[in-house]
Design a protein around this ligand. Structure first.
Ligand SMILES: N[C@@H](CCC(=O)N[C@@H](CS)C(=O)NCC(=O)O)C(=O)O
Length: 242
């Protein structure tokens, strides 16, 4: 059985890591059995979560490469067989989500406000003893801020970040429209990715104009709630529990 290494569950959503939600959702869409080991990225092969150890004891990291590996291994994965054109659209949206909107979300957690940072700090490092917690969180925050500068998103002011991210959200909302899933009637890896990034913006306790704008896109909100109810029925939708 596949072993999935990821952060512990938090906030009533599958994971506070967008990519861990993505991969676990992909496994569930495709009904691939797995077991979870909770860990921190320090122990990950590329210093990032998630990663897996497969049935043959191969360690594979990066959700994109893990998905590719699983697709080769199980050729019948995902109920939907997309056309080449649909595939190219799905790839472009996946990149928008994972390589652009994701970073705007990271700004809200690590840089935007002190209160968001405190919530983030507890969610990630709360498993550590108090003295180690503060030091680890300080070192990590510096590391993530330098990643934000490296990506370029961290060189913009917050208003500029949110303006750009709003266009991402608008594009996603327009493309989803009234469809149940992004590519039609059945869930694909794009839905796993979209749910992973979006649920971590609109259903977690990180307050910002980005969250407000995402919540205002009703179809994106309903999409996330539907995905969670369908693929993580054991986790009641956070907004319904208030
Ligand atoms: N491209 C990677 C991204 C994974 C990633 O960024 N994971 C974050 C958590 S959401 C992480 O572990 N970051 C730790 C770090 O950068 O030090 C994937 O698709 O798996």
């Amino acid at each position: 059985m596949i072993t999935l290494y990821q952060f512990r569950r938090t906030w009533g959503i599958p994971n506070q890591s967008q990519f861990c939600v993505k991969l676990e959702t992909f496994l569930r869409i495709n009904k691939i059995p797995y077991q979870i080991v909770e860990t921190l990225p320090l122990k990950a092969p590329r210093g990032k979560l998630p990663f897996i150890i497969d049935e043959n004891n191969h360690k594979i990291s990066d959700s994109r490469l893990i998905v590719n590996h699983l697709r080769l291994k199980y050729p019948d994965l995902e109920q939907v067989k997309l056309s080449p054109e649909q595939n190219s659209i799905a790839t472009a949206f996946q990149r928008l989500l994972e390589d652009h909107l994701y970073w705007a979300g990271m700004i809200t957690r690590w840089d935007y406000s002190e209160s968001n940072w405190q919530v983030t700090k507890q969610a990630i490092f709360g498993v550590l003893p108090p003295i180690i917690l503060d030091v680890a969180a300080w070192i990590y925050r510096r590391k993530i801020k330098s990643q934000l500068l490296g990506h370029g998103m961290g060189r913009l002011n917050h208003d500029e970040v949110f303006e750009l991210a709003k266009v991402d959200l608008e594009s996603l909302a327009l493309f989803l429209g009234n469809k149940p899933y992004f590519m039609g009637d059945e869930a694909t890896s794009l839905d796993a990715s979209a749910y992973g990034i979006l649920v971590n913006i609109l259903a977690c306790p990180i307050e910002s104009p980005l969250k407000e704008y995402a919540l205002a896109q009703k179809n994106l909100y309903n999409f996330c709630r539907r995905m969670q109810n369908e693929f993580f029925p054991e986790l009641p939708w956070p907004a319904d529990t208030k």
